[in-house]
Design a binder for this molecule. Sequence first.
Ligand code: AMP
Ligand code: GLY
Length: 426
Amino acid sequence: MPVNVLIIGSGGREHALAWKLKQSPLAGRIFAAPGSEGMKDCARPVPAGALEFDKIADFCAGSDIGLCVIGPEEPLAKGLADHLSAKGVKVFGPRRQAAMLEASKQLAKEFMKRNYIPTAGFQSFYDPRPAKEAVRANENWPLVVKADGLAAGKGVRICHDEASALAAIEDFMEKRVFGSSGARVVIEEFLSGREASVMALCDGKDFVMLPVARDHKRLLDGDEGPNTGGMGAVAPVDLDAETLENIRVNILGRFVEGLKKERIPYCGVIFAGLMLTKDGPKALEFNVRFGDPETQTVLPLIKSDLLGHMLACAESRLAGERAEFHDGACATVVMAAAGYPESPVTGAEIRGLDRVPADAEVFHAGTVSDGGRFKVSGGRVLGVSARGANLASALALAYKAVSAITFDGVQYRRDIGSTIREAEAK
Ligand code: AMP
Ligand code: GLY
């Protein structure tokens, strides 16, 4: 029996999921709620927003959905997986309790500490006064100040001196620039090294680790400019066997052991943000969802059947699954709107999509269709991915496709895949 799939979300990550799942021999019809015109060739759009839980549940019941795959964190943190599971829908995406490991930095850090997952030393505070005292007593700079809750990637400040750390505490806890997300703060030791991202599929007992990726968070070449949602990614990252094993055992393995010990059910992706320090890999954070743009880079490298693996997760039988990966590498270049990330300019017409070579994939993120022509509708507009025998050829193919596409004010990095500078206090 073919399995009908509903994907929740409408970004580049969800387009890549639809593209991959459509290739599965198990796949029936693929839908996306709300989806987008740009991903229509892979998934039929459903008129339901990611937070319209009842509409989504009704659609699952009415369209014989055999698996619902949840992309973004917000519906996860608000309990969409709980809602659908209670109605008998199979879901790939963790429940609210587990989603709190992404939605609260303090809960995440305490979970890491209890479960011996290597991470930066930290203290958490519910009151600005002791937080400020801790800053005044601090001797090692820089220091990292984090708002506890979701803050659209803006709740982390690397502070070089007492004045900036005190200002961060004031902004988060007193001025509440991120609302209740700043009710608590975590003050953390600064780690230096190179960053990497690892995702694993997990059924709560076992996990399958996917190739390690590297996102490029800064807007401009040479890791300059403001932080963004991600301007491109490459995978696999060139790591030695010992480091890979360390990530598998001490980070992902201990995370899953912790879930089991603390009786937290989990079905979905574990996505760890890593700092590769001279003392080994350390976890900066855990997300409970696929990364964006890492998904657009990693899914093309999966040779085995992703839908089969996801169904195995939803049916708690991942231990019997064997994942296989393609040799070579994959690269994704993000094309962003003028003004991104502060104030993206929308409306520009996107030209050249029909000239993209067949050996590259274009994943739509911020586009709308206007009478058959695509226009810019969001900050990150397109993600262009290509796989090659090695990183250099993957990058050459991805950039060739990028050069076929144009729109007014387009911004993209020319140095995706080049070795990124070590984290330093900027
Ligand atoms: P997070 O949302 O916690 O992953 O933090 C966002 C970004 O801030 C990370 O990708 C790092 O670049 C940086 N960062 C977070 N925590 C630390 C830390 N302890 N040391 C150095 N950089 C950090
Ligand atoms: N690329 C980072 C994220 O998805 O959070």
